[in-house]
Design a protein around this ligand. Structure first.
Ligand SMILES: Nc1ncnc2c1ncn2[C@@H]1O[C@H](COP(=O)(O)OP(=O)(O)O)[C@@H](O)[C@H]1O
Ligand SMILES: [Mg+2]
Length: 210
């Protein structure tokens, strides 16, 4: 089983948005997929519930329970973990131990950039991260690529010690789809295909690492 942890201590960074879209991508790719919801707000769990009747349903797991791993069926092929807001590296130990890759979404604002630095520093204390055995990728999220704020934020991200593995635009598509239990991978209009293309570098990076 391959496991991706989506994490940031910053609330509103896009963890649940990325985790649900990624889980849908794996499920649509024919993989038996679980989404471990480590956040008490349960956004990912609600998303799974809305998708439960679909052929590409994703099984929700309550990651706030002590023995959550026991609830993961043995034939599962992909596990996506939606990290909790406020959790630093040491709070994430149990999830990091299971992860094959970590994705950290970052919004293009000074507040978000500054809040992410201590989180990344706390991740760097994890022995596998430190040894380069657990890859960490940054994803610029809610970008408005035509604004200088977004451009500056992305160039700042690129100066950090982890690779920027994707740049996702700010679009209502994510807001609407998550509310419906859907993802950008469930639709095929020209506009949505543009958003799918934004995911191509993230998926390529994951294929190399996961
Ligand atoms: N790329 C995006 N474009 C537009 N809205 C987004 C995007 N990513 C996240 N959002 C919105 O931002 C808010 C926070 O995102 P969420 O995924 O819930 O963050 P987190 O799980 O890190 O707290 C939500 O209302 C979500 O719909
Ligand atoms: Mg969330």
């Amino acid at each position: 089983m391959r496991t991706v942890l989506v994490a940031s201590s910053k609330g509103g960074a896009g963890k649940s948005t990325l985790a649900t879209n990624l889980a849908a991508y794996f499920a649509l790719d024919g993989k038996r997929t679980v989404l471990v919801d480590a956040d008490r707000q349960k956004s990912s769990t609600h998303w799974c519930e809305k998708r439960a009747a679909s052929q590409t349903a994703v099984l929700p797991i309550d990651g706030t329970r002590r023995n959550w791993e026991k609830a993961v069926p043995s034939d599962i092929e992909r596990m996506v973990i939606d990290g909790a807001a406020g959790a630093m590296g040491d709070d994430l130990e149990a999830y990091l131990a299971r992860a094959d890759a970590v994705i950290v979404p970052v919004n293009p604002s000074m507040i978000d950039l500054e809040a992410t630095v201590p989180f990344l520093n706390s991740l760097a204390l994890n022995p596998r991260v430190k040894k380069g055995k657990l890859p960490v990728g940054l994803v610029g999220n809610r970008l408005k690529p035509w604004t200088s704020a977004s451009q500056q934020a992305v160039s700042q991200l690129k100066s950090w010690p982890y690779p920027v593995v994707g740049e996702l635009r700010d679009t209502q598509a994510y807001v609407l789809m998550v509310a419906l239990g859907k993802s950008v991978f469930d639709y095929h209009s020209e506009q949505i295909r543009g958003h799918q293309e934004d995911w191509a570098p993230i998926l390529k990076w994951l294929r190399k690492t996961v």
